[in-house]
Design a binder for this molecule. Structure first.
Ligand code: URA
Length: 222
C-alpha cells in the first residue's frame, strides 16, 4: 500500500466545518470504530492500547509526533513521558496550553523498544491521521521530527533542511476532499532536543515563526 492509496474500508473524509462538540464526537467515533481495535499492522501485537490523540477538537494548531512511547502506551495519552514534558514546556513557551492545541502522532501504537516506525507502519496508520486532520481543520501543523515531517510532506528531504520554513499541507500527493490547506512547520522532535540541547534555539525560532503566523505576541526574553 502506498501513501497515495486509501484503504477502501475506512470511513469517508469529513468535509464540513464542524462545531467543537460535533468535531469531538466525530473524533471519538473514528477512534472507537477504526483505531481502538486496529490490527492493520504488526504494532498491534505489543501495544497496551492505541494512543489516538488529545486536545482541542477544533484547534488552530496541531502537533504531530512520531509514535507513542512506553508512558503513552500505558496511559493512552500522547506526549506524557520525558519528551512530552518538554513538548508541554514548548507549548507553554508559546503562551498556549495543551488544552488549546491538539496533539497526536503518525502511528497510534508504540513501536517496540521505541524504534522508529517503519515506512510501511506509517503508510498503514496515516490514513487515520489524515481523517483526524480533516475533522480538526487546523491552520498550522507542527511536525515534530523527521518521520512526521517527511510523512506529512511526502518527501525524503532531511529534517535539517525542511525546518525553519513553512510548507504547504497537504502536498499534491495527499490531496483529499476533506484536507483543507494548512501551513506546516517541521521542527526537531523533543526527544532529539533532550539529547541535543544545543538545537533548542533553532527549534524555538521555528515556534516563533508559528506564533508570528498565528498572531500570538512573542514574549520578551526573561
Ligand atoms: N514521542 C512521540 O513521538 N510521540 C509521543 O506521543 C511520545 C513520544
Amino acid at each position: 500500500m502506498s501513501l497515495l492509496m486509501e484503504p477502501p474500508d475506512l470511513p469517508p473524509y469529513c468535509e464540513e466545518d464542524l462545531s467543537p462538540a460535533e468535531a469531538a464526537r466525530q473524533l471519538a467515533q473514528l477512534n472507537a470504530e477504526c483505531v481502538k481495535d486496529c490490527k492493520r499492522c504488526e504494532l498491534c501485537q505489543n501495544r497496551i492500547q492505541p494512543v489516538f490523540g488529545e486536545g482541542n477538537p477544533r484547534p488552530k494548531l496541531v502537533f504531530v509526533g512520531e509514535g507513542p512511547g512506553a508512558d503513552e502506551d500505558q496511559q493512552g495519552v500522547p506526549f506524557v513521558g520525558r519528551s512530552g514534558q518538554l513538548l508541554t514546556k514548548m507549548i507553554a513557551a508559546m503562551t498556549l496550553t495543551r488544552e488549546q492545541v491538539y496533539i497526536c502522532n503518525i502511528v497510534k501504537c508504540r513501536p517496540p523498544g521505541n524504534r522508529t516506525p517503519t515506512d510501511r507502519e506509517m503508510e498503514t496508520c496515516s490514513p487515520y491521521l489524515f481523517r483526524q486532520l480533516a475533522i480538526l481543520r487546523p491552520k498550522v501543523i507542527v511536525a515534530l521530527g523527521r518521520p512526521a515531517s517527511q510523512t506529512l510532506l511526502v518527501t525524503k528531504t532531511p529534517i535539517g533542511r525542511l525546518r525553519g520554513q513553512f510548507h504547504d499541507f497537504p502536498p499534491p500527493e495527499l490531496a483529499r476532499p476533506g484536507l483543507i490547506p494548512a501551513k506546516l512547520m517541521p521542527t526537531f522532535h523533543p526527544a532529539y532536543l533532550l539529547r541535543s540541547p544545543g538545537e533548542k534555539g533553532p527549534a524555538w525560532e521555528d515556534l516563533k515563526l508559528v506564533m508570528r503566523f498565528m498572531g500570538i505576541p512573542i514574549p520578551a526574553r526573561r
